[in-house]
Design a protein around this ligand. Structure first.
Ligand SMILES: N=C(N)NCCCC(=O)O
Ligand SMILES: [Zn+2]
Ligand SMILES: [Zn+2]
Length: 319
């Protein structure tokens, strides 16, 4: 195996120079293959309130220029441990949600063909459904931890089945989630009715609310999550609105009373050693952001996700 090609060296080329790839990593076409691909999905036709998450991938790439190659919290140099590359954006139809969902599933499936694992940057939360579909083809139903202010297990909006508030109901209906091990973390805020919680429970989800995280603390939450997940193939879906609007103002459906970025990052780090097979960070809407607060938070979340994936080494196919 040849040594992974890492990011542009920010001590030689100023980090504000040149085009932005995630963390200044090489593009996938420059390295041919990779173990972990960061891919953007600039799609926001599934939103129910403020639009703009289509600009999420480029904002997160811009904000990721300041990332550095060693992660002290996880004791890993992710870009040296495995080949990480920026796979660019999946170009999908903004005028046809059904077609976009198919395009995303096909593109994600192709990217994972040689064993690469994906960290996907959205885009709105609709995109989690085709990403889970592509994973289920490879792994069968996967466990999932869903970090979000919202349940995203609603049935339809205006009769539409594919929206950013409905991906996980579709996923359970399709049998692509392992309902023995699915849970929301960070939920809060008003619902349409009590029935939302009954429906969610019936679908199989457990809930750690934002208030639970505050009251029980990060370590206890991590223990409980790890127990539920075990060594199942695990997907992490992270809606940036899980963070309090103070930590992530640039998002489409903000809710007061959320996690701090410190809490989110520490919970993620607590999942080191889990059998992570893929992850997303969604719902960054830069038009509502200030001083890149949200894009910086999302870039650090994505860096932690890449680092978690790097801990388990190169793709099987590359060994
Ligand atoms: N941000 C996500 N994914 N979903 C929010 C749906 C909230 C609603 O309009 O009811
Ligand atoms: Zn949300
Ligand atoms: Zn969501």
């Amino acid at each position: 195996m040849t040594e992974p090609r890492g990011p542009v060296d920010s001590s030689r080329v100023p980090r504000f120079a040149g085009p932005a790839t995630f963390a200044r990593l090489p593009r996938l076409d420059e390295v041919g293959r990779c173990d972990v691909a960061v891919v953007g999905v600039p799609f926001d036709s599934g939103v129910s309130y403020r639009p703009g998450a289509r600009f999420g991938p480029s904002a997160v790439r811009e904000a990721s220029r300041l990332l550095r190659p060693y992660h002290p919290g996880l004791d890993v140099s992710p870009f040296a441990a495995v080949q990480v590359a920026d796979a660019g954006d999946i170009a999908c139809n903004p005028f046809n949600i059904g077609e976009a969902v198919e395009t995303i599933e096909d593109a994600a499936t192709r990217l994972q063909e040689d064993g690469a694992r994906l960290v996907t940057i959205g885009g709105d939360h609709t995109i989690a459904l085709p990403l889970l579909r592509s994973l289920a083809k490879r792994h069968g139903p996967v466990a999932m931890l869903h970090f979000d202010a919202h349940l995203d297990t609603w049935d339809t909006y205006f009769g539409a089945e594919y929206t950013h508030g409905t991906p996980f109901r579709r996923a359970v209906e399709e049998g692509i989630l392992d309902t023995e091990a699915v849970g929301h973390v960070g939920t809060r805020g008003p619902l349409y009715g009590k029935q939302d919680l009954d429906d969610d429970r019936r679908l199989g989800f457990g809930i750690m609310t934002s208030a639970d995280v505050m009251r029980r603390g990060v370590d206890e939450i991590v223990d409980a999550l790890r127990q539920r997940i075990g060594d199942r193939p695990l997907y992490l879906s992270i809606d940036i609105d899980v963070l309090d609007p103070a930590h992530a103002p640039g998002t489409g459906t903000p809710e007061a009373g959320g996690l701090t970025s410190r809490e989110l990052l520490e919970i993620l780090r607590g999942l080191a050693g889990c059998n992570l097979v893929g992850a997303d960070v969604v719902e960054v809407a830069p038009a509502y952001d200030h001083a890149e607060i949200t894009a910086v938070a999302a870039s650090h979340v994505a860096y932690d996700l890449v680092s978690l994936l790097a801990l388990s080494g190169p793709a099987q196919e590359a060994r």
